[in-house]
Design a protein around this ligand. Structure first.
Ligand SMILES: *Cc1c(COP(=O)(O)O)cnc(C)c1O
Length: 368
């Protein structure tokens, strides 16, 4: 008799719909025998490795026979100095995705509810469903989080609200005023996870210093990452800033050595290197202009984005265009699984990558 292991999985996992990552370059190479592929599908930093990080990793390499520092002493102190928080407010994660999962595992049960927005980051439903909690998805307003409606969705069973600012895949940004109003209304027993994965890309004129709110709102958890602007997506380092009590709880749940030694040292080095970050942000701004100028010329609509990507609105199903781009060696991200079947999310690349994408897009649109 054969066993159906699907029946044995916990109910939340039985219902899980797996995360679909951007198509890997090597996969497209294998499938179509193409070379010179441009991947603008996972919001990675197109600058290439930061040379100071590369040196630091080589210098650390002989130590890998040892376990890493499970408390991340050096990185936490560097973060605390830079961000004006205390070390006991920091939780390090294997990417900020792990932080999202830690929050869910620490605070949710199947009786509790989680509020997040339509078109919000795909990991929120994943971590919610995996622990069997109930997801309340609040309709978006012109693709942006509707914070007033999200506040209305909070009830006595709500334990967590996830907010992505800017949001992925839409790129929409919430302003300081609306966030503050939301936090004011939120019951003190409901945790607000403010996911700031793209914080460094946000124009300083519209960026909100949410860390200054941590003292006033002990239920606030701000998450950030080294995967995007710091160019370390492959090493997996993210972090949460919160009240010390929440940080203590999250640190109890995480694996003792969740961040590897090379990742810790790379993140610490990257944090000190302002020139790489400045180059990244400047190049992103130029690339965003390059892409949106091309969209404008082609008569295409897009969602204004504060991140390192832009959601292009084809106003008809986007899958055929996605496939035609693939055949020309350009990988972007279809976002039908985010309830956006007419959009393609395009990460901002280097100038020549953007140019190649624009040419491929023109030809893909001609093909229709
Ligand atoms: C990319 C991204 C993250 C970061 O994930 P890591 O695990 O840190 O690589 C988190 N939130 C959002 C909204 C993202 O787009």
């Amino acid at each position: 008799m054969s066993v159906d292991f699907y029946d044995l999985a916990v109910p939340g996992v039985q219902k899980l719909v797996p995360y679909v990552p951007g198509k890997p370059i090597e996969e497209l190479e294998r499938e179509l025998g193409l070379t010179d592929i441009v991947k603008l599908a996972s919001n990675e930093n197109p600058q290439g490795i930061n040379p100071s990080v590369e040196r630091a990793i080589y210098a650390m390499l002989p130590n890998i026979t040892r376990y890493p520092d499970g408390n991340g002493f050096r990185l936490k102190h560097a973060l605390a100095d830079k961000l004006s928080v205390t070390v006991d407010q920091i939780t390090l994660g294997n990417g900020s995705n792990e932080i999202l999962e830690l929050v869910a595992r620490t605070f949710l049960t199947p009786e509790l509810e989680v509020v997040f927005a339509e078109h919000a980051f795909a990991v929120y439903p994943l971590v919610t469903c995996a622990v069997g909690a109930k997801a309340k998805v609040v309709a978006a307003k012109e693709f942006a989080h509707d914070l007033a409606a999200m506040a209305d969705a909070v009830n006595a069973n709500t334990r967590i609200v996830f907010i992505a600012n800017p949001n992925n895949p839409t790129g929409t940004l919430l302003n300081e005023q609306s966030l503050l109003e939301f936090l004011e209304k939120l019951p003190a027993t409901v945790l607000c996870v403010l996911d700031e994965a793209y914080y460094e890309y946000v124009d300083s004129t519209v960026r909100t210093n949410t860390l200054s709110w941590l003292d006033r709102y002990p239920n606030l958890i701000v998450t950030r990452t080294f995967s995007k602007a710091y160019g370390l997506a492959g090493l997996r380092v993210g972090y949460a800033l919160s009240s010390p009590a929440i940080a203590d709880l999250l640190n109890r749940v995480r694996q003792p050595f969740n961040n590897n030694m090379l990742a810790l040292c790379a993140a610490e080095t990257a944090l000190q290197d302002h020139s790489y970050l400045e180059r990244t942000v400047a190049s992103n701004r130029a690339g965003m202009q390059q892409l949106t100028a091309a969209f404008e010329k082609l008569g295409l609509a897009w969602i204004e984005s504060a991140g390192n990507f832009v959601a292009l609105d084809l106003q008809r199903p986007a899958q055929p265009c996605y496939e035609r781009l693939l055949r020309q060696g350009v990988i972007v991200r279809p976002v039908a699984n985010y309830g956006m079947p007419n959009h393609l999310r395009v990460s901002i690349g280097k100038e020549e990558e953007n140019r190649k994408f624009i040419l491929a897009l023109e030809s893909a649109l001609d093909d229709v």
